[in-house]
Design a binder for this molecule. Structure first.
Ligand SMILES: [Zn+2]
Length: 265
């Protein structure tokens, strides 16, 4: 039952993530149904982009609608982008991973609420090479809720101090590394979005995770960079996906109370 509930919640969050992936880079409001500054309506995703027929409720069930419709619009049979069910599936699996490690607990649900934000940041950074502020700030707000919950249940302990220090130190270190790399490569090596994401990761994880986070995200970054260089023939690549994957892995390890390279928390 718990697994079914988490999967269902994950798919709903996944549907939210696909809405964020579509709306945030296009500056369309995702809260209300107000149009954005250019007057576009935020209901954009509920129409078939090909034939403009409105989608019915049964076409909007995350993941399953796409499978039942075999990836085609029910009106015009135009192919529906497979990325939407994929994003929904990945979000659901991400939530399931958190459940297996953190259990059916309040902290688990606070982290699960951050999963669609992380998935949206991942996709948007791959596509547009930006990490939008509003998503980073929302994820930071969840990290603060997590800290407040910790403080209420365990008291104000060293872990909380370590997270606040983590936010500052993570950001300073990557900013320093960015400056050094920038002066060697004579171009901007890391964007401000990356620095903000480091601060966010520090706030979620605390200082003990810094060495592992740096090494793991560095390795993922190198892998991503090589892929961009040799397969896509691009010199510039987004670093965000490596950081996001690293934060997610650290959150799993945190649930298991393992701090790699240091030992048990
Ligand atoms: Zn259609």
């Amino acid at each position: 039952m718990e697994i079914a509930f988490v999967l269902f919640l994950g798919l709903v969050f996944g549907s939210f993530a696909t809405a964020l992936c579509w709306r945030v880079p296009r500056e369309i409001s995702w809260i209300g149904i107000k149009g954005d500054k250019d007057g576009r309506k935020s209901a954009a995703r509920s129409l078939c982009p090909h034939c403009k027929n409105p989608l019915k409720a049964q076409d909007l069930i995350p993941f399953f609608s796409w499978v039942f419709l075999k990836g085609k619009c029910r009106h015009c049979s135009a192919a529906i982008d497979g990325r939407y069910p994929l994003i929904e599936l990945f979000t659901a699996l991400g939530c399931l991973g958190i459940y297996f490690v953190w259990g059916f607990t309040v902290p688990a649900f606070i982290i699960m609420a951050a999963v669609p934000l992380l998935v949206a940041l991942f996709v948007i950074d791959l596509e547009y090479m930006i990490l939008p502020n509003q998503l980073i700030f929302l994820a930071a707000a969840l990290a603060l809720i997590f800290i407040v919950y910790q403080a209420l249940s365990n008291g104000f302990d060293a872990q909380i101090l370590s997270k606040i220090a983590g936010m500052v130190v993570f950001a300073l270190i990557v900013w320093g590394v960015g400056c050094i790399m920038g002066s060697i490569l004579k171009k901007e090596a890391l964007g401000m979005g990356d620095v903000k994401f480091f601060a966010l990761s520090g706030l979620w994880l605390g200082l003990p995770y810094l060495p592992f986070f740096l090494i793991f995200s560095g390795l993922c970054g190198v892998a991503l960079g090589l892929y961009y260089q040799f397969f896509l023939k691009k010199q510039v690549f987004p670093f965000g996906p490596a950081l996001i994957l690293s934060l997610y892995v650290c959150l799993l390890l945190q649930g298991l109370e393992i701090v790699p390279l240091i030992g048990v928390q």
